[in-house]
Write a protein that binds this ligand. Structure first.
Ligand SMILES: *Cc1c(COP(=O)(O)O)cnc(C)c1O
Length: 378
């Protein structure tokens, strides 16, 4: 049996007619940059994320860079974030010239630990506290970070909160949607995300109309009106074609999310009945709407051997992420060392993402669990 990590062709078959219809409309209009398709998607996403505004952008990475720019963050500023994330989170902070400050993660959720955040803040000098300008929590794998303590600390110190919600569209924390809690919410339409475009794309959500205005100006090189620049922005625009496709797919998103959640529940049951729960450690659900962009298990020892074995059996898996940010060569200048963020380092050595996409079948899941069981009992 073949079980890929993700099967986008299976999903395309279910939406093909509507996608072809809207792409044809865009082709006929020959209107490709921003415009009515992008505006329609922005309205739809702002509503879906239960916030005031949304600004379509060129990628999730650019969503982060644009948000940091709109927040006025640059050289000399420090930004608190997690070392256990996709590179773009930390890369965006570095690209605007700011300095990342890492806080380790919670071992259950893999998200920024509120306790460690409070401890790190308590240990900072007055000068350090003043140089921090923002905090970027990541809702990793589709589960929200523990936002209340993060928002509290940010409010006390006047820090901007930028949610990296690239993996978490529709996720909820205490009834609040990802992207509606911080000052900015950054989403990605990379094809492997739960709401993927047919190429690159992203969006930034914002509750405040002034923030929305700043994002829109910076998205077009800082121009307002056209050819008049008070600030330097960039080309961060979303294509009309991608917006039209994403708007169609948004109608299916809740159904896909339910399918992912059902698959997660089924894996848990299968792990339990195979007696694998203590060896394969399925993910811990803490915050209340996990959208399962990834279903990540933890293997105490032999993760890479398990991955190789499953690969031989035709099962696709991935390691998100094998090298934490503080140990990346490009950030050596920060002076971090192995052992500085032990929970992140352990996660990098132990986590493994299994197939969880909505179209995955029960028999495919049974096969995955059977092979994990076979590996442990070799
Ligand atoms: C995918 C992702 C991004 C970047 O999104 P792109 O659209 O690929 O640029 C940023 N942060 C996280 C956590 C991601 O998973």
């Amino acid at each position: 049996m073949h079980v890929p990590l993700l099967d986008l062709k299976a999903q395309y078959r279910t939406i093909k007619d509507r996608v072809l219809e809207v792409t044809q409309q865009v082709f006929e209009s020959q209107y490709f940059i921003l415009g009515p398709q992008v505006e329609a998607l922005e309205k739809k996403i702002a509503g879906y994320c239960q916030t005031g505004h949304a600004v379509g952008v060129s990628s999730g990475t650019d969503a982060l860079v644009l948000s940091l720019m709109a927040a006025g963050i640059g050289p000399g500023d420090r930004v608190i974030s997690t070392p256990y994330t996709f590179f773009a989170t930390t890369g965006a902070i570095a690209r605007v010239g700011a300095t990342p400050v890492f806080v380790d993660i919670d071992p259950d959720t893999y998200n920024l630990s509120a306790d460690k955040l409070n401890a790190a803040v308590a240990a900072m000098s007055e000068d350090d506290l003043k140089s921090v300008k923002a905090i970027v929590p990541v809702h990793l794998y589709g589960q929200c970070a523990d936002m209340d303590p993060i928002l509290d600390v940010a409010a006390i110190h006047g820090w901007v909160v930028i949610e990296d919600a690239a993996q978490a569209i529709g996720a909820e924390y205490k009834g609040r949607r990802a992207g509606s809690m911080g000052d900015y919410g950054c989403f990605s339409f990379f094809p492997s995300k739960n709401l993927g475009a047919f190429g690159d794309g992203g969006i930034v959500t914002a509750g405040d109309p002034q923030v929305n205005e700043r994002l829109k100006i910076l998205r077009v090189h800082g121009a307002k009106p056209k050819y008049v620049h008070k600030v330097v922005g960039g080309n961060f625009r979303l294509d009309a074609l991608q917006a039209a496709i994403v708007a169609v797919k948004l109608d299916y998103l809740d159904g896909w999310t339910t399918a992912r959640q059902n698959n997660a529940a089924r894996y848990r049951k299968m792990f339990a009945s195979a007696g694998l729960t203590d060896r394969g450690h399925p993910p811990v659900e803490k915050e209340n709407r996990h959208i399962y962009n990834q279903f990540v298990i933890r293997v105490d020892t032999g993760r890479d051997d398990l991955r190789a074995y499953l690969g031989e059996q035709g099962i696709g898996t991935e390691v998100y992420y094998p090298v934490p940010m503080h140990l990346q060569e490009c950030f050596a200048g920060l002076g971090c060392q192995a052992g500085d963020y032990p929970v992140s380092e352990q996660a990098a050595n132990q986590t493994l993402a299994l197939p969880i996409y909505p179209e995955l079948t029960e028999s495919q899941q049974a096969y995955v669990v059977e092979k994990i069981d076979a590996f442990f009992n070799r």
